[in-house]
Design a protein around this ligand. Structure first.
Ligand code: AMP
Ligand code: GLY
Length: 421
């Protein structure tokens, strides 16, 4: 039995806490800082994710043996390195700072994929000293132009532009500091035309197990229109990921990725989230993330029948390859309820009322908090409603019926999750 701390405050962390609190290995469970939902399955603790010393003090006080890191920022900032150096008995599930560059630097990820022959878009990287070459490169390429800030830019760092003049202007602005340090280098990529899906792998850098796949819906509007968000919904499994495509993903992407981790001696015990695009019948990687996705977690983890904590412990104990992963063949779908105005300006502090009868569905809370015994909104993405059914369309309908019953001022959600499947 272990005392476990989950870091983060979104729907992803509520889902991880919901799963881990059911584990035979879980004694006391804490979520820092958590949200209104995590407090129903764990103890919330007011932690600052950039203050590793404060986190370490809390862990010592509560005899924490495992930390599971939800979001990427603490990983990119080196939380794994900090604990390995100062508190090696506390195991932090996630890659070290260098390995987190797989998400933290598009250029690093592209070099890794090139070295290990992992299929991805052709690309070239430019910085302030090679602006002229970058402009020339755009002039000699075909639209649409894909420009990516090299570093983390809160999900806003990828621009896909039709017009050449606009692309030239965008490159100048990005290298001129549009996304601060994150766009001091810009990756220009070939545009891949296809349908996206994501794979999730749990690894210790040598061994791995594959978790259920998912497809998320990033745009705010129906039919995938409008601004990008953190994610408005997701489904798992992905109907077009058939045996043949899955086999290609395993052989061409997952196996060489983990072989690359081993070859590079990467210090990586954690989740790998691989964003893929199917072009005709072939998989291409568009990004690596060094953590689970949100809201993908809200459909992937509920489908997992295996004890997640046993997999995490096995990863640290170097016996992951002996583990079988079981998941239900039922489809899961999640519909994200957001505050009106999101992803731009929105209000917080609206009273939330949740339906009593959930009929097998689960409401994972995201931007919520308890205020004087009342649940109120505290973010753009408020709650993800996950439902299950043999037919994913029925699962979506179940979530939509519940979404009508969730009440808060200016609530909004997409009704077309899975529309393209
Ligand atoms: P990323 O932050 O790398 O996931 O990119 C954000 C979104 O941009 C992805 O989810 C894709 O929809 C799109 N995208 C990224 N790279 C490409 C590419 N090379 N070709 C087409 N679309 C892309
Ligand atoms: N849903 C996309 C992400 O978590 O990055």
């Amino acid at each position: 039995m272990h005392n476990i701390l989950i870091l983060g405050s979104g729907g992803r962390e509520h889902t991880l806490a919901w799963k881990i609190c059911q584990s035979d290995l879980c004694n006391n469970l804490y979520v820092g800082p958590g949200n209104g939902g995590t407090s129903s399955v764990a103890d919330n603790v007011d932690l600052d994710l950039s203050d590793f010393r404060q986190i370490a003090e809390f862990c010592q006080e509560k005899s924490i043996s495992y930390i599971i890191v939800g979001p990427e920022q603490p990983l990119v900032d080196g939380i794994v390195d900090y604990f390995q150096k100062h508190h090696p008995s506390i195991k932090v599930f996630g890659p070290d700072k260098q390995s987190a560059q797989l998400e933290g630097s598009k250029d690093f990820a592209n070099q890794f994929m090139a070295k290990y022959n992992i299929p991805t878009a052709g690309s070239k990287t430019f910085d302030g000293t090679t602006l002229e070459e970058g402009l020339e490169y755009i002039k000699n390429s075909k639209a649409p132009y894909v420009l990516k800030a090299d570093g983390l830019a809160a999900g806003k760092g990828v621009l896909i532009i039709e017009d050449q003049e606009e692309a030239l202007q965008a490159l100048k602005e990005m290298l001129g500091g549009k996304f601060g340090e994150a766009s001091s280098k810009v990756v220009i990529e070939e545009f891949l035309d296809g349908i996206e899906f994501s794979m999730f792998v749990l690894t210790n850098g040598k061994e791995y197990v594959i978790l259920p796949e998912a497809k998320d819906y990033k745009r705010i509007g129906e039919g995938d229109k409008g601004l990008n968000t953190g994610g408005m919904g997701a489904v798992s499994p992905v109907p077009f990921l058939d045996k043949v495509l899955l086999e290609k993903v395993k052989k061409q992407v997952i196996e060489p990725t983990i072989a690359g981790f081993a070859e590079e001696k990467m210090n990586y015990t954690g989740f790998v989230f691989i964003g893929l695009i199917k072009v005709e019948d072939e998989p291409f990687v568009i990004e690596y993330n060094c953590r689970m996705g949100d809201p993908e977690t809200e459909v992937v983890i509920p489908r997992l029948e295996t004890d997640l904590m046993k997999l995490i412990v096995a990863a640290f104990d170097q016996n992951l390859s002996t583990k079988q992963v079981k998941f239900t063949d039922q489809s899961a779908c999640t519909v994200m309820m957001v505050s009106g105005g999101y992803p731009e300006k929105y209000e917080k502090g609206k009273t939330i009322s949740l339906p009593e009868e959930l009929d097998g569905s689960i409401i994972f809370q995201a931007g919520t908090k308890m205020k004087d015994d009342k649940l109120v909104t505290n973010g753009g993405r408020v709650a993800a409603i996950t439902s299950f059914h043999q037919d994913f369309k029925q699962a979506v309908s179940k979530s939509l019926r519940l979404a009508e019953k969730v009440q808060f001022d200016k609530k909004y959600y997409r009704t077309d999750i899975g529309f393209d499947l």
